[in-house]
Ligand binder design. Structure first.
Ligand code: DX5
Ligand code: ZN
Length: 230
């Protein structure tokens, strides 16, 4: 799969969201961070704003729900008709039931893991997911430094996805930039969230193209190495 770049609007100007969305029309999707000040110590936006983003966005919407009681709230985001809804494993009581519910409502089903949450307990449910989000910072804020300690987990997740035969994207989120994206791609990630690296750039379109090219190069080399080894 060729790498996808999902800019996070957490680093955009919240008063001019429509114009900010237009600046990333070269992206594969827009990443929308929903925070409730319970699951994470920060508050952003909720259903009504995501509904308006969905209405005006030039690219598909990828919602990342950093909210408690995901079983109750995540299906309502899928009902907005957005492309993909990602809930946190730590916030869901019945992740398999929830993933099925998201798909039944027409969204792709994503599940996120905080940096210290192991992937192993969830490997048997990979076929229920369209995307696994491995957080590469503690969720809650943009602009944090990439945690290299998550790289082995990305590698283990990639090996498990290949072994399962399921088609599950591996998304990374947090601290992705020109200097870290190659490491994440080499480990096996194929969907990259970037907030400050895209919206902090003078030309977001150019930043997206540069990130995509770096991921392509590093990911292509490691996929080649995996298939030769395998
Ligand atoms: C953090 C959010 C991220 C954030 C990434 O909790 O989930 O999506 O916007 O921002 P950067 O790319 O600046 O680390
Ligand atoms: Zn996010």
């Amino acid at each position: 799969m060729s790498p996808c770049i999902h800019p996070s609007i957490l680093s955009a100007d919240f008063v001019n969201l429509e114009a900010e969305l237009a600046r990333i029309s070269a992206a594969d999707a827009v990443h929308v961070d929903v925070m409730d000040n319970h699951f994470v110590p920060n508050l952003t936006l909720g259903l009504p704003v995501v509904e308006r983003i969905q209405a005006v966005s030039p690219v598909p919407v990828d919602a990342h729900l950093m909210i408690a009681d995901a079983d109750r709230w995540a299906p309502l985001y899928a009902d907005l008709g957005i492309a993909s809804v990602t809930f946190h494993a730590e916030a869901a009581t019945a992740p398999i039931k929830l993933a099925r519910e998201l798909r039944a409502r027409g969204s792709k089903a994503g599940m996120a893991l905080r940096p210290a949450t192991p992937v192993e307990p969830y490997l048997d449910m990979l076929t229920e997911l369209d995307m696994l989000l491995i957080m590469t910072v503690e969720p809650g804020f943009g602009g944090q430094a990439f945690l290299d300690l998550t790289l082995p987990k990305i590698r283990r997740a990639r090996a498990a996805v290949e072994g399962s035969g399921a088609s599950v994207a591996i998304q990374v989120d947090g601290g992705i930039s020109d200097s870290t994206i190659a490491r994440a791609a080499e480990a096996g990630a194929d969907v990259f969230v970037a907030g400050s690296a895209v919206y902090g750039a003078a030309d977001p379109g150019e930043a997206i193209a540069r990130l995509r090219a770096s991921a392509q190069e590093a990911g292509g080399q490691s996929a080649g190495a995996r298939s030769t080894a395998g």
